[in-house]
Design a protein around this ligand. Structure first.
Ligand SMILES: Cc1ncc(COP(=O)(O)O)c(C=O)c1O
Length: 414
């Protein structure tokens, strides 16, 4: 990849109406792993659909054809961005719901004697659905345990769990607590060699890098656009060989439509169309920074690389501060390298996570304090899920000044 310029933060932030709206003035947003601000392009795409084409799509009349075209266009562009085909892109209301549908469909192909690997590190979305199906269908779960101190997953433990009986492996691209990217391509390759499919939860990584799903080798890759500068919609890329095998979850007469078979209900037309807003935002960044790649996938990867450089720079001071603080237990890797998301979870030793969240809120910082639905990981870390951890999560639009101010506030409060 040619050398990329640093991210122009002023331009980047100018793409987000939230940064100039009086309602959010004075707030520093550090709960991006919960939900990012929406780019102007996403808001515009949703508004335009609701204003100009809010009719039943795919008819012959102009506005209804336009609605259908907008939805098809979004699907085709996401396919290009993720390096899959349009048929392989499944939209759904959320990743939790997409996983649920996937488990319902995949579960019917499993039974006694089959094994599925799930992790202790996952958000419950890519864990609970499989655990419930195991009870229903009688297959065996193999639990890939997280390190009780750091929350990290050790790939050597995965190797020990994988066997000729494994039919499926489910794991996160990145934990929403430990903040570390797992070696997805290596893990999916091993799963494939053992004859198993893979379902990868990309929710915590997608805001930082839009995946090349082909390169990752995942059979299923999912993420949630409301954390990726977009609308509240889940995307699930399901590779064709698996998609063709899975039983239809839609009306019986739709079973031949690959892109419909994992959507039990009608899609949210406006949000499917407006999902392209995230890509419009990426295109705006690519153009502004002179990114030359010819295809959307290449531009998406280049913009993601610029995001990562910026994120590593801004997250590093916070990680250094927390890693060296005597009254803090930092979860996950202590430095921010290429494989560390700027999602920083920690346990303050002298006050509850909720008390710190409130004290920070009183100073204008939006942070989270919770188990963040990674209940099993929080328990494995020996932390009470009722109180959980504090999470300060940044993304590429977070500024150095915001991080410095947060460190200053934490210096006072901890
Ligand atoms: C890592 C991870 N996976 C899955 C989910 C579930 O996504 P959704 O809210 O779209 O169901 C979340 C939500 O916070 C998450 O952080």
């Amino acid at each position: 990849m040619p050398t990329l310029p640093p991210l122009d933060l002023d331009f980047t932030r100018s793409q987000f109406p939230a940064f100039s709206d009086p309602a959010l003035e004075g707030w520093a947003h550090f709960e991006n792993a919960g939900g990012s601000y929406a780019a102007a392009q996403s808001i515009k795409a949703l508004t335009e659909f609701y204003t100009k084409t809010k009719v039943q799509p795919y008819g012959q009349a102009g506005p209804t054809a336009a609605a259908g075209n907008a939805m098809d266009d979004a699907r085709a562009r996401w396919a290009e961005a993720m390096n899959v085909t349009p048929d392989e892109v499944v939209f759904g209301p959320s990743t939790s719901q997409n996983t649920y549908v996937m488990a319902q469909a995949f579960g019917t192909m499993l039974g006694a004697g089959d094994e599925v690997i799930v992790t202790q590190q996952d958000h419950e979305a890519n864990s609970g659905a499989w655990r419930r199906m195991a009870e229903e269908r009688g297959f065996t779960l193999r639990d890939w345990k997280a390190d009780p101190v750091t929350g990290q997953l050790d790939p050597a433990d995965f190797d020990a769990l994988l066997s000729a009986r494994t039919r499926l492996v489910c794991f996160p691209h990145c934990s929403n607590i430990a903040g570390e990217e797992n070696p997805v391509a290596a893990l999916t390759a091993k799963a494939k060699a053992a004859g198993a499919y893979s379902v990868v939860d990309g929710v915590s990584w997608a805001p930082h890098e839009i995946a090349d799903v082909e390169a990752l080798g995942a059979d299923v890759y999912m993420f949630s656009l409301y954390k990726v500068y977009g609308v509240h919609q889940g995307i699930m890329a399901v590779r064709r060989p698996l998609l063709e095998r899975l039983p239809n979850q839609n009306h019986f007469f739709n079973s031949d439509y690959l892109s419909k078979k994992l959507s039990p209900a009608g899609p949210d037309h406006a949000q499917v169309a407006a999902s392209a807003g995230t890509l419009d935002y990426i295109e705006a960044l690519a153009e502004h920074h002179g990114v030359k790649a010819n295809d959307l996938g290449g531009r998406t990867r280049a913009v993601s690389a610029m995001w990562r450089t910026q994120e590593i720079a801004i997250a590093s001071p916070l990680l250094t501060f927390l890693a060296n603080h005597p009254r803090v237990r930092l979860i996950g890797p202590k430095t921010c390298g290429a494989r560390r998301a700027p999602t920083v979870a920690f346990l303050p030793e002298k006050m509850s996570p909720q008390a710190l969240e409130k004290a920070l809120a009183d100073r204008g910082f939006i942070v989270g304090a919770s188990d963040f639905y990674a209940y099993r990981l929080i328990e494995a870390l020996g932390i009470d899920p009722a109180t959980g951890v504090v999470r300060a999560s940044m993304t590429h639009y977070s500024s150095e000044a915001e991080v410095a101010a947060l460190i200053g506030a934490l210096e006072d409060l901890l």
